[in-house]
Design a protein around this ligand. Structure first.
Ligand code: NAD
Ligand code: ZN
Length: 343
């Protein structure tokens, strides 16, 4: 089969011919139809410090996809060949305290598909059947292919009550703009998103935000108070840039008692004004991955109740043009990029 492999310990990703993997007794064999490129894949492509520490080479990477069940191990129940699936990319241990309590997203022994074990930039993927999510027929393939990052957005956005609240999202990357769309859909009042990249801010406008603010040239507090009439600050914050400056700005514009969820991954240590956190009595929650499998059910239901994510998918390529897709992601002038294995 064809696959995209991190073959060498240097910048790049390469198309290879490799063996179709064999499912174990509890695994599904999934024929991948469409892949989407994650920011994590871009880190692996660039071969940054995190990737060098984390990714064994050679390895097939990737973890955002939609596919069809093509085979399964002898112990698998509840799936049939031909079922359309996406999958949870965090493979959990099943025996730690949190796993046994059903809080799988808090597993301390998580292995990542396409990070610590072979991934889905391939014609076939082996995945524990437990991790597969059977897709309702009315979820289009393109949307199903981005369920993994959509799940990050949903997990973050649904961490706090948003109904009638004023929400700030820092970082209008694909996850930030999807979180903004979720916040609007579930009844937030003002959803303000910030970035320093005008392409991304335009994408956020197409996803229906109240106001997209370029913090390189505009004053966020002025926009919030003068333009939107929010005199006390934001009720809920979602940090989705990984930028320390963005997080600092968020803390400065939160109302007392505000709730902040942190998804963006900073590249190093970040300075926090702890006095502001304390005297504003903020609640801060770290977010990793998706809740298994509540987030997946919510994702399907949000799409089925009319949430439109289609503007976030900005580029489509056949798999042979994967390099173009990575170049678009590297340039920052894209939302989600979909690669089609059947082209
Ligand atoms: P992305 O890199 O595409 O988007 C981040 C955006 O933040 C960019 O558009 C960038 O221009 C913007 N930005 C930079 N500085 C800013 C500033 N000062 N103020 C406002 N915006 C600023 O990332 P993505 O794929 O949308 O993911 C969002 C973040 O979440 C990333 O940091 C990613 O590493 C992280 N992530 C975390 C998890 C998790 O489980 N915790 C999962 C996936 C991704
Ligand atoms: Zn565990």
């Amino acid at each position: 089969m064809r696959a995209l492999s991190k073959l060498r310990a240097q910048e790049g990703i390469w198309m290879v011919e490799t063996e179709v993997p064999t499912p174990g007794p509890n695994d599904l064999l999934i024929r991948v139809r469409k892949s989407s490129i994650c920011g994590t894949d871009v880190h692996i492509y660039r071969w940054d410090e995190w990737a060098q520490r984390t990714i064994p080479v050679p390895m097939v990477v990737g973890h955002e996809y939609v596919g069809v069940v093509a085979g399964m191990g002898s112990e698998v129940r509840g799936f049939s060949v031909g079922d359309r699936v996406s999958g949870e990319g965090h493979v959990t241990c099943g025996h730690c305290r949190n796993c046994r309590a059903g809080r799988r997203h808090l597993c301390r022994n998580t292995q990542g598909v396409g990070v610590n074990r072979p991934g889905s930039f391939a014609e076939y993927l082996v995945l524990p059947a437990f991790n597969a999510f059977k897709l309702p027929d009315d979820i289009p393939d393109d949307i199903a292919a981005i369920f993994d990052p959509f799940g990050n957005a949903v997990h973050t956005a649904l961490s706090f009550d948003l109904v009638g609240e004023d929400v700030l999202i820092t970082g209008a990357g694909p996850i930030g703009v999807m979180a903004a769309a979720v916040a609007k859909h579930v009844g937030a009042r003002n959803v303000v998103i910030t970035d320093v990249n005008d392409y991304r801010l335009e994408l956020a406008r197409r996803m229906g935000v109240t106001r997209a603010v370029n913090v390189a040239r505009e004053d966020l507090w002025e926009v919030a108070t003068r333009e939107l009439g929010m005199h006390e600050g934001f009720d809920v914050g979602m940090e989705m840039s990984g930028s320390g400056a963005a997080f600092a700005q968020m803390v400065s514009v939160m109302n007392n008692g505000g709730k902040v969820a942190l998804l963006g991954i900073p590249s190093g240590r970040v300075d926090i004004d702890w006095n502001a956190v304390i005297f504003k009595m903020l609640t801060i929650k770290g977010i990793y991955g998706r809740e298994m499998f509540e987030t997946w059910y919510k994702m399907a239901a949000l799409i089925q109740s009319g949430l439109d994510l289609s503007p976030v998918i900005t580029h489509h390529y056949g798999i042979q043009d994967f390099q173009q897709g990575f170049d678009d992601m590297l340039g920052g002038q894209s939302g989600k990029v979909i690669l089609d294995w059947e082209s």
